[in-house]
Ligand binder design. Sequence first.
Ligand SMILES: NC(=O)c1ccc[n+]([C@@H]2O[C@H](COP(=O)([O-])OP(=O)(O)OC[C@H]3O[C@@H](n4cnc5c(N)ncnc54)[C@H](OP(=O)(O)O)[C@@H]3O)[C@@H](O)[C@H]2O)c1
Length: 229
Amino acid sequence: MSLNKKTALVLGATGLIGKELVNIISEKEEYEKIHLLVRRPIELPSEICEVHLVNFDELPKYHELFKVNDVFCCLGTTIKKARSKEAFRKVDYEYPVEAAKLAKENGAETFLIVTAMGADSKSVFFYNRVKGQVEETLNKLNLPSLHIFRPSLLLGEREEFRFGEKLAERVSGVMNKLMIGPLRPYRGIQARKVAAAMAFIAQSNKKGNNVYHSHQIDSIVGSSEWKKV
Ligand SMILES: NC(=O)c1ccc[n+]([C@@H]2O[C@H](COP(=O)([O-])OP(=O)(O)OC[C@H]3O[C@@H](n4cnc5c(N)ncnc54)[C@H](OP(=O)(O)O)[C@@H]3O)[C@@H](O)[C@H]2O)c1
């Protein structure tokens, strides 16, 4: 690693946020190498990226790859895609927690993760509960610098068609304009904005456990600092 440049590792690089994130950080001069952990072959997004085809059930086998400055976790699934609550929990809880432990053991300085608005370990809703549980476990790991991003509905072009989300996105296009004042936090947010906020916060040197709600994510990239991202 050269003196001033950083290295990163991205989990979930093929997803809506993950792809945007890789595009953004591979153009940032802060990074000299970005490791992408994926479960299926992909095209190399940039020359500074290195793609690793891995079995996520065996993450500790790839511990050497976690010797980076910043670890970004954009993993996630839906119960429909995962086909069971157990399989969902694996992707949204077990893999991120394992990744965070490996990041800590290998001296990564920053761990950044996307959870979701409404994350609550006591929620009656399974999705929100798992998101809350992953946050709770990560908060207890004493990571040097933990950043949790809780977006509302994600807007952007997906490869796969998700009827419910597409419908919500259409409605959100109209509703966002009406969502002002106390309703502002519920506005849909562009996946690229979330990715940009993650990229920006990774350069902030902020320590400890930090949470960013959807409207705060929106403000991070809406500020003048955004020009630096
Ligand atoms: N959708 C929303 O409106 C919304 C709102 C708030 C928060 N979130 C959360 O934001 C995060 C990112 O969302 P997104 O929409 O960008 O996600 P996404 O497009 O569904 O991408 C998810 C990523 O996780 C990977 N993944 C899924 N199952 C896996 C498995 N079994 N093993 C290894 N990798 C697996 C995917 O890989 P493949 O490409 O190989 O499948 C992909 O890279 C998620 O945690 C999501 O819950 C979503």
